[in-house]
Design a protein around this ligand. Structure first.
Ligand SMILES: C[S@@+](CC[C@H](N)C(=O)[O-])C[C@H]1O[C@@H](n2cnc3c(N)ncnc32)[C@H](O)[C@@H]1O
Length: 222
């Protein structure tokens, strides 16, 4: 479904440095038109890492998958990373508008890209153009929610990563429908390629963490 860019409303996000980003969301469109809580928790974690000095985001090559508004990639870019923020082609105009809105607040760079999980041509051209050696980080917020895409999402993470890539993946506990089974399937497939650990709440942003939102870290087994 196309995103209606004439019906936008914003959500502000303040980093610990005092820099304030604006995430534009659309009243009309699919699930990618709004910023989900799992994305906000991941945004907070990136900021908290920089503030505590556990990660310096400057010049890190970051790829966000299923980015929706692009919130996570934008926070990374505002902390100095060079981000590519990707989603289905219909979300790219909203991502571009968010990049334009925040451009002056970014100390790194941020680009939008169309990337449908499992699309071999798109994966190859993104890899060749932006990540020939793999990104330093792949970010995935709230992207495991329907059966048909689970295998393709894992395939995309595996295809675009390299042995140096760390994946940060956040999700919210939901008891609705088959969500728990989907998460289990996703982590089983991911576990064939990556070592999975959970970021403890004590290391997350104190105000943007919640017991029902998890941030997982995947490190390559190769
Ligand atoms: C629940 S939203 C999360 C958006 C954003 N990461 C956040 O947390 O605010 C799921 C996102 O996955 C994207 N998505 C779903 N299926 C996809 C696919 N096959 N390829 C690429 N992106 C997809 C949707 O367009 C949407 O932006």
């Amino acid at each position: 479904m196309a995103v209606d860019l004439s019906k936008l409303y914003d959500r502000d996000f303040e980093l610990s440095s005092g820099v304030e980003l604006t995430f534009l969301q659309s009243e009309m469109g699919d699930v990618g038109c709004v910023v989900w809580d799992a994305a906000l928790a991941l945004c907070g974690f990136l900021d908290h890492c920089q503030e505590r000095g556990t990660v310096n985001w400057s010049k890190q090559a970051v790829l966000e998958l299923g980015a929706g508004t692009g919130a996570v990639g934008l926070v990374a870019a505002s902390l100095g990373a060079n981000s590519v923020v990707s989603d289905l082609p219909e979300l790219v105009p909203l991502i571009k508008q968010n990049i334009d809105t925040n451009r002056e607040k970014l100390s790194g760079s941020c680009q939008a890209a169309a990337l449908t999980w499992g699309d071999e041509d798109q994966m190859k051209s993104l890899k060749d153009a932006s990540f020939p050696e793999g990104p330093d980080y792949i970010m995935v917020a709230d992207c495991v929610y329907y059966q048909e895409s689970v295998t393709q999402l894992v395939e995309t993470i595996v295809c675009l990563s390299s042995s140096k890539t760390t994946v940060l993946c956040s999700y919210e506990d939901r008891e609705l429908g088959d969500k728990e089974a989907l998460q289990a399937q996703f982590f089983k497939l991911i576990g064939e390629h990556f070592t999975v650990s959970e970021i403890p709440m004590s290391e997350q942003h104190p105000e943007l963490s919640s017991p029902d939102i998890h941030i997982m870290k995947f490190s390559s087994k190769s």
